[in-house]
Design a binder for this molecule. Structure first.
Ligand code: LLP
Length: 426
């Protein structure tokens, strides 16, 4: 039957079609999220640690929406943030300061102040991504008269088998402190004991990992370093294995988030760190499968050249979901009001948006006649809305949050006049 989310039929939630008079319902393009499923994903991941002490620091960059961050916080997650804006969202959503990590290669003085000043004792840790960054934090901590907790995000020199744009733990990446620079980093921290406390070590090898190998390689590097610290009489409060758990975008993904958790906690115990708190930083796996982008079909176009081309044109574009244009990502696209046809059983249409760029193309997908009034782009809950822009004078898409079998929150898109007003500056 028809596509559903959170037990509700998507076609009942939206004003579908672009020719009909404006209905009462929210317009497409619209993201729809199943908040209960997101919470369940966090619980399943948590169970993967098999009782080992852990903190799931949700990578807020994947989806910053209040209803989602609030629900994850209520389910016991912390947050990993990369800007003052994300930090304010995490705190505003009720995540305790002591469960928040702040990463990023170029934190401003203002952001450092925000992190050190949060809550009663500041955040869990500012993740240092270079030796050069450490004195900047020392200066701000001294100016504020507060001790700052820091962690080192090390570059473990691991090549992750993923798209080059999201592989972050290799030698050429701008992220993390190179292993060769660690002695200098320890020295800098030790010399500023009045202002800093080193509480953790971590790494993040990359995103959309579809096996645990590289993840464990990174974790091994971190554990070896933690063992050195412990031998030097300076044990750490936690080890951070990073995020990056892959999901099944349609091509398969043999591992679940809980598999990563299990593998990491077993490795940590094997290396003699049982009882040490394990921090992980997943974003995508907690939200991607539980969000979809709904779009109305505007029209079709057929070019009779060689080969014949058929386009299905929808009212969502690369400005709403940039992953296909930016990474060549393939998302499943299905009719909203009919079951998806079997691949090969129906003609393929290239699904494209209205934006004036050839890369505004969601790839080829089969569609049976009669063609659907609207389609659903699957697995769009992560790095979807957060990467959206207003390019081509298009307002940001609608967002609908489902919880408890009903629509809990609607964040409506602006219409053309409201968008124009925002650009006319009076
Ligand atoms: N921790 C750090 C330090 C990160 O850089 C990232 C992601 C994460 C955690 C969360 O990774 P995740 O569990 O979501 O894979 N826009 C791209 C993904 C960029 C990921 C950037 N860093 C995409 O749409 O695929």
């Amino acid at each position: 039957g028809a596509a559903t989310m959170g037990g509700l039929r998507l076609e009942d939630l939206l004003d579908l079609g672009t020719e009909s008079p404006q209905g009462e319902r929210p317009r497409t393009p619209a993201y729809v999220y199943d908040v209960d499923a997101i919470v369940q994903a966090a619980r399943d991941l948590s169970a993967g640690f098999e009782g080992a002490p852990h903190l799931i620091a949700y990578a807020v960059k994947a989806n910053t929406a209040g209803p989602i961050v609030r629900a994850l916080g209520a389910a016991g997650c912390g947050a990993e943030v990369v800007s003052g804006g994300e930090l304010a969202v995490a705190l505003g959503a009720g995540i305790p300061a002591e469960s928040i990590l702040f990463s990023g290669v170029a934190k401003t003085a203002r952001e450092i102040d925000q992190a050190i000043g949060a809550g009663d004792r500041g955040i869990l840790a500012l993740q240092m991504e270079s030796v050069e960054e450490i004195p900047r934090v020392v200066a701000r901590a001294r100016a504020l008269g507060r001790k700052a907790r820091v962690a080192f995000r090390v570059n473990p020199s691991v090549e992750a088998d993923t798209h080059a744009h999201v592989a972050t733990g290799h030698d050429e990446a701008k992220f993390g402190i190179a292993l060769a620079d660690l002695p200098a980093a320890y020295e800098t921290v030790d010399a500023a004991r009045d202002a800093l406390e080193l509480v953790g070590l971590g790494c993040h090898v990359g995103s959309q990992l579809t096996r645990t190998d590289e993840y464990l390689e990174g974790a091994r590097v971190v554990l070896d370093l933690a063992a050195e610290r412990r031998a030097a009489g300076k044990p750490l409060a936690y080890v951070d294995c990073g995020g990056g758990y892959g999901i099944d975008y349609g091509a398969g993904c043999p591992v679940t988030p809980a598999d990563f958790a299990r593998a990491a906690s077993r490795l940590v115990a094997e290396r003699g760190f049982g009882g040490t708190r394990i921090v992980v930083e997943p974003g995508r796996a907690l939200v991607a499968p539980y969000g979809v982008l709904c779009a109305s079909v505007v029209m079709t176009k057929c070019s009779r050249g060689e080969p014949t081309r058929r386009w299905l044109m929808i009212d969502a574009g690369m400005n709403d979901l940039i992953r296909p244009a930016l990474y060549g990502a393939k998302h499943r696209i299905e009719p909203i009001d009919a079951p998806p046809p079997a691949a090969g059983a129906a003609p393929g249409y290239r699904v494209v948006g209205p934006v004036c760029e050839s890369s505004d193309d969601f790839g080829e997908h089969p569609f049976a006649e009669p063609l659907p009034r609207a389609v659903v782009v699957r697995d769009a809950g992560a790095y979807g809305f957060v990467m959206a822009s207003e390019y081509n004078g298009r307002g940001l898409p609608t967002e609908i949050f489902l919880a408890g079998g009903r629509v809990a929150t609607v964040h409506a898109s602006r219409d053309a006049a409201a968008w124009a007003a925002s650009r006319l500056f009076g």
